[in-house]
Design a protein around this ligand. Structure first.
Ligand SMILES: [Zn+2]
Length: 122
């Protein structure tokens, strides 16, 4: 049985960092949104750059939320004693993969299959 406590510590730290960044992003997004509503006669160029910044903020927020829930899931698995096992096939996930991505919930072959399925579904 491999010792995953190091990954657990890393994940907990990362989760806190992501939560902090999310808070900052949400505050930023709210101030951008309020400014747009509050100034209907603002300059067009200004509005356009704020709109694209808002879009970027939203995209980053979505990405961080995704990572956050992956980490949360990995932490739950650790507590349940199934950390390091693939969610799909139940096989142990490659240790080098976990070192690169401690929140990985799928082994490489299931991940590749999932990516292929998603591509095909579009
Ligand atoms: Zn698998």
């Amino acid at each position: 049985m491999a010792d995953y406590s190091e990954f657990y510590q890393r994940l907990k730290k990362e989760k806190n960092q992501i939560a902090e960044r999310l808070e900052q992003l949400i505050a930023r997004r709210q101030s951008l949104g309020e400014r747009r509503e509050g100034s209907p006669f603002g300059k067009r160029e200004e509005e356009a750059s704020e709109a694209s910044e808002l879009e970027k903020t939203l995209a980053l927020e979505k990405k961080l939320r995704g990572t956050h829930s992956e980490i949360e899931h990995a932490l739950e698995k650790y507590e349940a004693g199934t950390y390091g096992l693939c969610d799909s096939c139940g096989q142990p996930i490659d240790l080098t993969r976990l070192q690169a991505l401690p929140q990985a919930n799928l082994c490489l072959s299931c991940k590749a299959r999932q990516a292929k399925d998603e591509k095909g579904a579009r």
